[in-house]
Design a protein. Structure first.
Length: 409
């Protein structure tokens, strides 16, 4: 490993080779110190790091001798092939590679006193057990109200949140359907590896049951396991930016509460209007109807609370009564970026991690993702068709499936 100092004028624009690797930010751990920088291993890095393919490795340099340093991380070799790819400008390198091999990394740390450069290797080895290309874990399943709630998957008396999570998992790992119910209903699931953010390609597909003029769009949130605790934490989520994000009719920070109906109302068979009471943060309140086709409770029965509240972005209504008499409804698809929006064999049922944005709407660069959350982003009813309810029927890592779909230009 080399230890030397030099001044660097400017780096070229960020670029990536066709091999899949990436890196991203972590918490800034820099602090001020007047101490001299050691000449040997000034950043206190190991000479090499070993990690499985499609697994994250975190390289955290010791920056106690620097004052608010700037960092540049570059891949300068992949195996014996010379590279020149700037992959991060953050204080910690979060690295994942789709292909096994030896990656030589050069890091530069620079503050107002000096510039230090070091090299080290990341050895990416092939996994001992083949990864699944599908979902392997459901962390939480919480649908909103809906005509298929307590049916997809089926609720039985005594079921708890944990048993319903397991039932949702049993369905999704086998590409079988679950319903998210009305607005805000969601499912959170994960994989046995990190889905790598491959430049220029879409990275994953989420299955639904959409077909022409029957689209019930759900918004996708993604996260990578930044703190390596194996769980999707609240501060790790980013939204996949879809085509309607900037639509003036989209309501961001929408909130709605649904109130549990009485057992007497649940017992009534046949359709009626004043069934589930709701109230939203747009000054609206009223009731959601029960239709004559589904007589079970539309409220998730394993939830003991008397109300459930959902928050998120509400997309514009897409339902149109094209017949004019309430019998023929069309729910056309949005352009891209949503689940249960286009048929599963359509390119627009596939997503690029590079579309991720933070809470302020700014693009973020993620190395890959470990978790996905899908929630229903529609709050509308379409006559006898009932509430618009996003359905999910599985998810795939497209790279592990060997499916290459170019991203949107």
């Amino acid at each position: 490993m080399k230890n030397y100092k030099f001044r660097l004028s400017t780096f070229a624009l960020l670029c990536f080779s066709t091999v899949a690797f990436y890196s991203c930010s972590s918490d800034d751990n820099s602090n001020t110190s007047p101490d001299p920088i050691p000449t040997e291993n000034p950043l206190n890095l190991a000479p090499n790091y070993t990690v499985d393919r499609s697994k994250l490795v975190f390289v955290k340099p010791d920056l106690k001798h620097f004052t608010n340093p700037d960092l540049l991380w570059k891949v300068i070799k992949q195996n014996a092939v010379v590279k020149d790819s700037l992959i991060s400008q953050d204080t910690q390198l979060d690295f994942v590679a789709l292909k096994d091999g030896k990656y030589t990394i050069a890091v530069e740390a620079k503050d107002n006193r000096t510039t230090v450069n070091q090299e080290f290797e990341i050895i990416v080895q092939k996994e001992s057990q083949p990864y699944s290309s599908k979902i392997t874990k459901v962390f939480e399943y919480k649908p909103s109200y809906g005509q298929f709630v307590n049916k997809l998957p089926k609720y039985k008396e005594g079921d708890t949140q944990e048993t319903m999570n397991q039932k949702a998992e049993d369905n999704l790992v086998n590409d079988k359907m679950i319903t998210l119910g009305g607005f805000g209903g969601y499912v959170i699931f994960g994989f046995d590896h990190t889905i790598v953010n491959v430049p220029g390609l879409r990275d994953f597909r989420v299955l639904g049951n959409a077909f022409q003029n029957s689209s019930e769009p759900g918004i996708v949130m993604v996260a990578y396991d930044k703190n390596q605790n194996g769980k999707p934490d609240d501060d790790e989520w980013y939204e996949i930016k879809g085509s309607e994000y900037t639509n003036p009719k989209t309501i961001h920070n929408y909130e709605i509460t649904f109130y549990k109906p009485s057992t007497e109302l649940d017992a009534i068979e046949g359709g009626f209007d004043e069934y589930i009471k709701y109230k939203n943060n747009q000054g609206e309140e009223g009731y959601k109807a029960k239709n004559s086709s589904h007589n079970q409770s539309y409220y998730p029965l394993w939830i003991n609370e008397e109300s459930i509240t959902f928050k998120g972005s509400k997309l514009p209504n897409n339902a149109t009564d094209i017949g004019g008499n309430g019998n023929n409804w069309a729910l056309p698809a949005y352009e891209y970026g949503y689940v249960d929006n286009h048929p599963n064999n359509h390119d627009e049922s596939a997503f690029d991690i590079a579309w991720a944005i933070d809470k302020q709407g700014n693009s973020v660069k993620l190395p890959g993702i470990d978790f996905i959350k899908v929630y229903n982003a529609m709050d509308q009813e379409a006559g006898w068709f009932g509430e618009t309810s996003t359905e999910v029927a599985g998810a795939w890592d497209l790279h592990e499936k060997g499916i290459n779909i170019e991203t949107r230009k």
